[in-house]
Design a protein around this ligand. Structure first.
Ligand SMILES: Cc1cc2nc3c(=O)[nH]c(=O)nc-3n(C[C@H](O)[C@H](O)[C@H](O)COP(=O)(O)OP(=O)(O)OC[C@H]3O[C@@H](n4cnc5c(N)ncnc54)[C@H](O)[C@@H]3O)c2cc1C
Length: 310
């Protein structure tokens, strides 16, 4: 119940311009409260964060934050920025793996142009051996995101993968489809407040679906990513992997930058592959608000941060 209320509340607050300007003023300063979850506003800061993570033996995926752009020129700017990010990552010699959102490339404005933008990024990525994960946004975009992904897949792009959310009722069917294609899936619980007709509402149902889909992906999928900080989900994955003798290099765990770093390190120490999702960029506010909505205790941490900086 509390989880549902907080997700709704934080999604509303994410639209507040006053809050956004307050957060922008304090959040990303040196030691600012948002720095726990966001690696920085520049690609250089994000690359530095990746170097630290990779030095500890973990891998990374870099997300240049942005979503729901309001014009095609903004979508073009975001696409060019991504192309620049690919070059900077390649030059820095860190791992070639990025995540992006289709609404950042203009999906809400014009599907065909956003697909062209994605193609520009996938082509540049393929030329430099990058993997590009297409993040999953809220449910109005599920079908179209999977559709765009499949179009790319049919056109021969193999350096890309999708995300499925266990909260959505359709995801087991989608997982079976992705397994039949041989496509790489990242499984998450889902970060958005979704209506009852499309999504499970109770945490227990979301968790049970997560375990069912995780087993499908581990048994028949192509190098799935189990993306969660939930020890119960991780234990269920470990149990299934042991039962089926699935080798540790057949899948990976993924976690978000700044969340459960203890668990990231201990999983790696036990021999699991762990990838950290490293977000950066000036458009960090909606991402940041989703992280607060997942764990209301984070709000106290933010308030203390603002009070301490004033
Ligand atoms: C690598 C990665 C990529 C993701 N990509 C997407 C995506 O494309 N689309 C999408 O909808 N969602 C995405 N998510 C978010 C995901 O859907 C969940 O909202 C998020 O991971 C929280 O769920 P959980 O599985 O950790 O379990 P929960 O049951 O929410 O949390 C389990 C435990 O994890 C810790 N925890 C979880 N969240 C936080 C937090 N914000 N701050 C501090 N501690 C926390 C707490 O200890 C909590 O008790 C992604 C998550 C990861 C890890």
């Amino acid at each position: 119940m509390l989880q549902t209320v907080s997700k709704t509340g934080f999604h509303l607050l994410a639209g507040s311009t006053t809050l956004k300007s307050l957060a922008s003023r304090y959040g990303m300063r040196r030691g600012g409260f948002a720095r726990r979850f966001i690696a920085g506003e520049t690609v250089e800061e994000a690359i530095d964060a990746c170097r630290v993570i990779q030095a500890a033996g973990l891998t990374t995926t870099l997300d240049y934050l942005g979503e729901s752009v309001a014009s095609m020129s903004e979508a073009d700017t975001a696409t060019r920025a991504y192309l620049g990010v690919l070059e900077q990552i390649a030059a820095a010699g860190i791992e070639r793996n990025v995540s992006l959102k289709l609404t950042q490339l203009g999906l809400t404005i014009d599907r065909a142009t956003s697909v062209d933008n994605l193609r520009r990024i996938l082509d540049a990525a393929a030329a430099r051996q990058f993997f590009v994960r297409i993040d999953m946004e809220n449910s109005p975009y599920t079908a179209v995101t999977l559709d765009v992904f499949e179009t790319m897949w049919q056109q021969g792009y193999r350096n890309t993968g999708v995300v499925l959310q266990s909260c959505l009722r359709r995801s087991e069917t989608d997982a079976a489809r992705m397994n039949s294609l041989g496509a790489r899936v990242r499984l998450v619980k889902g970060a958005y407040k979704e209506p009852r007709d499309v999504a499970h509402q109770a945490k227990a149902d979301v968790d049970a679906a997560f375990v069912r889909i995780m087993r499908m992906l581990l048994a028949d999928g192509a190098y799935p990513a189990i993306a969660t900080h939930d020890p119960a989900m991780i234990a269920a994955a470990d149990e299934f992997v042991r039962e089926r003798s699935i080798a540790p290099d057949r899948f990976e765990f993924q976690m978000l930058y700044g969340i459960r770093r203890d668990l990231q390190t201990s999983l790696h120490a036990q021999g699991s592959r762990v990838r950290v999702y490293v977000p950066f960029g000036r458009e960090w506010f909606p991402y940041f608000m989703r992280r607060l909505g997942e764990r209301p205790a984070n709000v106290g941490f933010v308030i203390r941060g603002i009070a301490g900086e004033r």
